[in-house]
Design a protein around this ligand. Structure first.
Ligand SMILES: [Zn+2]
Ligand SMILES: [Zn+2]
Length: 163
């Protein structure tokens, strides 16, 4: 997606997409983090797209999340998980752990395979409850939207903003 953005108009359109779609925004932030762009949190969509394009040294890096939604057995608590449907089930609904297998959501390109440990929760506008992860093996950090059937800590509920 980013590799095709050449004109100013396309950058604008992509920027707007980042502002409107929390999942796209998160994928872009993951990429920004991977590229060492630390100040991404303060950027609006357009600036972030521009910044990512500036550093297009790794031109072939995939930036579009793949909708890969599979059943799995949780490596942490053994719970059998079914696919998430509209939202990709990328973490256990019971213990909330995930696996460090993606660089961009769904690409399965990370070689680490460590457990993604839920370390924090925030409530963020349209995204609803966001789970923050740190990989137990390599320290990689990741954020994902909580699902409606997640076993969240008491007091946190997935809001009406979440489908
Ligand atoms: Zn689990
Ligand atoms: Zn890892």
């Amino acid at each position: 997606m980013l590799s095709q953005a050449r004109s100013r108009g396309q950058v604008k359109t992509l920027g707007r997409m980042l502002d409107a779609e929390p999942e796209v925004r998160m994928a872009a932030e993951t990429l920004a983090r991977a590229r060492g762009i630390d100040e991404f949190a303060s950027m609006d969509g357009k600036r972030l797209v521009k910044r990512l394009l500036d550093r297009r040294s790794a031109a072939q890096v995939r930036t579009n999340p793949i909708h890969r939604d599979e059943a799995f057995e949780c490596i942490h608590c053994g719970h059998s998980e079914v696919p998430g449907g509209a939202m990709v089930r990328d973490h256990c609904s019971r213990c909330l752990y995930g696996l460090h297998v993606d660089i961009v959501p769904g690409d399965r390109a990370a070689e680490c395979g460590g457990k993604l440990v839920p370390i924090d929760f925030t409530v963020e506008g349209r995204a609803g409850v966001v789970i923050h992860y740190r990989c137990a093996v390599c320290g990689y950090t990741h954020r994902t939207r909580a699902h409606a059937d997640d076993n969240l800590p008491v007091g946190l509920r997935v809001g009406e903003n979440t489908p």
